[in-house]
Design a binder for this molecule. Structure first.
Ligand SMILES: Nc1ncnc2c1ncn2[C@@H]1O[C@H](COP(=O)(O)OP(=O)(O)OP(=O)(O)O)[C@@H](O)[C@H]1O
Ligand SMILES: [Mg+2]
Length: 267
């Protein structure tokens, strides 16, 4: 049975219909997959920073994270959103446990390398997969807040998409980014085109051409970065269409897919 790593975007978390959690419950109960949930929280973090009058900026879709910003990020992600997702799971009789990357050394990180100063933004170097597997074998769904820690005990903010990608890479299985858009889109005159699949080269070109911007940049890069012989597919799906998840698992075309090709440009 496959592990399905789902990244729930902060863009959609509070708008997810009940049927989303019902779908997860159904997938788990019918042994279609072992679900793992990783979440973001961008809009809620923005709201609280605004209330507290703390300015916030982004570099290539990643939030510049000062000590002050990190405190708010942790409060919102590990405090508020994580608990809310666990609550929604429990309502559907799903056994779920809320964790941050700090718990049980789940996510070890190092600072991301950027040309400009970005503060405490981490990238995952190690995932405690043994602990996650223990939970999954006991039918417990890990709900993971993307905060990590380095060897000195310093906490880091991890982009939710990058955390999900690293966890998926370490566990193997399938990776689905549940967001507030139906996939990677291009506006063409008055029409919206949704790409059914993208290669690494196409995605990078679209970033250059500014068709892919903001939070979609780390998402497509994380999707492509997760691909390997063990992790052959990643997909971006619309959270407002929960049946898309089941449809995707059946092999149907939904959202934007990223597929591993051994000889191709992914490596
Ligand atoms: N080409 C594109 N196609 C679709 N969406 C795009 C594109 N370029 C930029 N975006 C933006 O990317 C957003 C999705 O990324 P965003 O980081 O905001 O959400 P998320 O990852 O689901 O939430 P969070 O970061 O809070 O976890 C879309 O809402 C859209 O505004
Ligand atoms: Mg995002």
């Amino acid at each position: 049975m496959d592990i399905l790593i789902m990244k729930i975007g902060g863009s959609i978390q509070d708008k997810l219909p009940e049927s989303f959690y019902k779908t997860i419950a159904h997938l788990q109960q019918t042994k279609k997959c072992y679900p793992v949930i990783v979440h973001g929280g961008g809009p809620m973090i923005n709201d609280l920073l605004k209330k507290l009058d703390i300015p916030t900026t982004f570099i290539n879709g990643l939030r510049v994270t000062t000590t002050e910003v990190l405190q708010v990020v942790e409060m919102v992600l590990s405090g508020s959103i994580n608990n809310e997702i666990v609550t929604q799971c429990q309502i559907q009789q799903l056994q779920a446990i809320g964790l941050s990357g700090i718990d049980h050394g789940l996510l070890k990180v190092k600072p991301v390398q950027t040309t400009e100063a970005i503060g405490f933004v981490g990238e995952v170097t190690e995932v405690n997969t043994a602990f996650l597997m223990e939970l999954l074998e006991n039918n417990i769904i890990p709900v993971i807040s993307p905060i990590g820690m380095d060897e000195m005990g310093q906490h880091y903010n991890i982009n939710g998409d990058m955390a999900a990608s690293a966890i998926a890479k370490a566990l193997g299985g399938k990776l689905a980014f549940i967001s507030n858009v139906p996939g990677v889109m291009k506006r063409k005159k008055n029409e919206l085109k949704i790409y059914s699949s993208l290669t690494k080269g196409e995605a990078e070109q679209q970033i250059k051409d500014e068709i892919i911007t903001d939070g979609m940049i780390p998402k497509v890069r994380s999707a492509i970065g997760s691909l390997s012989i063990q992790m052959k597919q990643a997909v971006i799906l619309n959270g407002l269409e929960p049946e898309d998840i089941a449809s995707y698992l059946k092999g149907n075309q939904v959202g934007t897919k990223f597929v591993y090709k051994e000889e191709a440009a992914y490596v």
